[in-house]
Design a binder for this molecule. Structure first.
Ligand SMILES: Cc1cc2nc3c(=O)[nH]c(=O)nc-3n(C[C@H](O)[C@H](O)[C@H](O)COP(=O)(O)OP(=O)(O)OC[C@H]3O[C@@H](n4cnc5c(N)ncnc54)[C@H](O)[C@@H]3O)c2cc1C
Length: 446
């Protein structure tokens, strides 16, 4: 049974592991990624100061060491290879392409200078090649992060870190210099709903109280009437923040709830000069969900930069059925379906964020990807008798198109280079942020 997986983030690697563990038929897995580097958001999303979480890459490297596994990096589905071609070369295909686009606030002023989606900012500080040239201007004293999820907290925290804290992380070199030179002193973290509804996890929130040169600021009045105790850890943490006196001279992280941005206001230089906020009240819907409703009361917050962190979303890939509404690969329980007829597309599957949207931590993909691998085993009985071209035929086709394939062995070489560079500043690695440079290093080594 020969299987192609597209996307080498956690869901792709966990699917590979589950498929390679099968004992009923021998399985070969070719794992493709559009980048020369593996691991998806573990490398390009998870915050640089969360190195422990990034250590999960070791688990994936163990999968990569299995004899019937191959990594084919620097190959983009829809650009270098088509779904049609994959169908000819593999018995089954798994899409594990994640959610690489961003959700918009949908308000006037979005997109002016210094209004930058968190997807861009996160990719920039993590050295994702797509964002290495992003214009990030941290010359302003006040900045707003819109959103109350873990990504919003990551972004706010990274802005408050000191050189000493950043240097020993794998933050991209260009971002290290820019963050150290940053003039940002006040960050406003803005939530649409109340403290009880915030979706950041207590562990992430707690870290905001442990920064060496920044203090959280919470107005205790915002916590009036909020429940306390088990299940309400966020509120309890916010109460401890509200009771604290910020240390003199530190940067400030202001947590504001029950506000929705209505427009981003431009200043004389054309860039952000403020954000208009409408005050919200909460309303419990018939199904029990709590929604924010605007009160019509607005005020202007004086900030020079806005980072909306309101979620990631999938992008359409040519040839892959797409659910426009949910912005994911159109599927039923991981089996790809035609978005119009609902008919199952035989032999095609989807895992991870591409399947379910941008919710869920890395560990949760293990079970979910294994479940889809189970469906694939069920559906695939007899499929393995379909005769395919030789395994390397796909490599030949790609090389014929001028694609420089990057194997897992090649990645290990890049990994060694990055780790050696990082050692100079006491960091776990110093990333190469340019695909051309990566390919050059590999070309020279050959
Ligand atoms: C900013 C941020 C911080 C996070 N922090 C944490 C954390 O601290 N702890 C935690 O548990 N979880 C964290 N998460 C969540 C975690 O990263 C995700 O749950 C997980 O990475 C999703 O895995 P995935 O495999 O579905 O997608 P991804 O990790 O996004 O992997 C998708 C892969 O597909 C590749 N790809 C996309 N399109 C194509 C194409 N056309 N052809 C070939 N390859 C393609 C991409 O290059 C990428 O490598 C964080 C997420 C974000 C955004």
């Amino acid at each position: 049974m020969r299987i192609a997986i597209i996307g080498s983030g956690p869901s792709g690697f966990y699917a590979a592991e589950a498929l390679l563990r099968r004992t009923d038929v021998p399985v070969e897995v070719d794992l493709f990624d559009r980048l020369p580097t593996p691991y998806g958001l573990v490398r390009g999303g998870v915050a640089p100061d969360h190195q422990k979480i990034k250590n999960v890459a070791r688990v994936f490297a163990a999968t990569a060491a299995r004899p019937s596994f191959r990594f084919l990096g620097n190959v983009q589905l829809g650009r270098d290879v088509s779904v049609e071609e994959l169908r000819r070369h593999y018995h089954q295909i798994v899409f594990a392409t994640g959610n690489e686009a961003d959700r918009r606030l949908g308000i006037p002023g979005e997109g002016i200078a210094r209004s930058t989606p968190a997807t861009v900012f996160v990719g920039w500080y993590n050295g994702h090649p797509d964002y290495r040239d992003a214009k990030i201007d941290l010359s302003v004293p006040r900045l707003a992060v819109v959103g109350n999820g873990n990504v919003a907290v990551d972004v706010a925290r990274m802005l408050m870190r000191t050189r000493a804290e950043l240097e020993r992380t794998d933050v991209a070199g260009h971002a290290l210099e820019a963050l150290v030179a940053s003039r940002v002193r006040d960050v406003y973290l803005l939530g649409r709903r109340g403290p009880e509804q915030a979706s950041f996890t207590p562990a992430e929130l707690k870290e905001l109280g442990e920064l060496s040169d920044a203090d959280p600021v919470v107005d205790p009045a915002q916590l009036d009437g909020c429940a306390t105790g088990p299940g309400h850890e966020n509120v309890d943490l916010l109460r401890t923040f509200a009771a604290r006196q910020p240390r003199p001279g530190t940067k400030r992280l202001h947590l504001r709830f029950l506000v929705s941005p209505t427009s981003i206001v431009a200043g004389p230089d054309g860039g952000v000069a403020g954000i208009a906020l409408e005050h919200n009240r909460l309303e419990t819907l018939p199904d029990g969900r709590v929604a924010a409703r605007g009160t019509g009361q607005t005020k202007l917050l004086d900030v020079g930069m806005v980072l909306p962190a309101v979620g990631y979303a999938g992008d359409r890939i040519p040839g892959v059925p797409f659910d426009e509404k949910r912005r994911i690969v159109s599927n039923r329980d991981g089996r790809v379906v035609d978005p119009v007829t609902g008919q199952v597309v035989p032999g095609e599957y989807v895992v991870g964020w591409a399947r379910s949207g941008p919710q869920g931590l890395i560990g949760e993909h293990k079970r979910a990807s294994a479940q889809v691998a189970g469906l694939m085993a069920q559906d695939g009985v007899g499929l393995d008798t379909r005769e395919l071209p030789p395994r390397e035929a796909i490599d030949e086709i790609l090389r014929g198109r001028g694609v420089q394939l990057v194997s897992f062995q090649d990645w290990k070489q890049l990994d060694d280079v990055e780790v050696a560079r990082g050692a100079r500043r006491g960091a776990p690695r110093d990333k190469i942020v340019d695909v051309e440079a990566m390919l050059r290093i590999l070309g020279e080594a050959r």
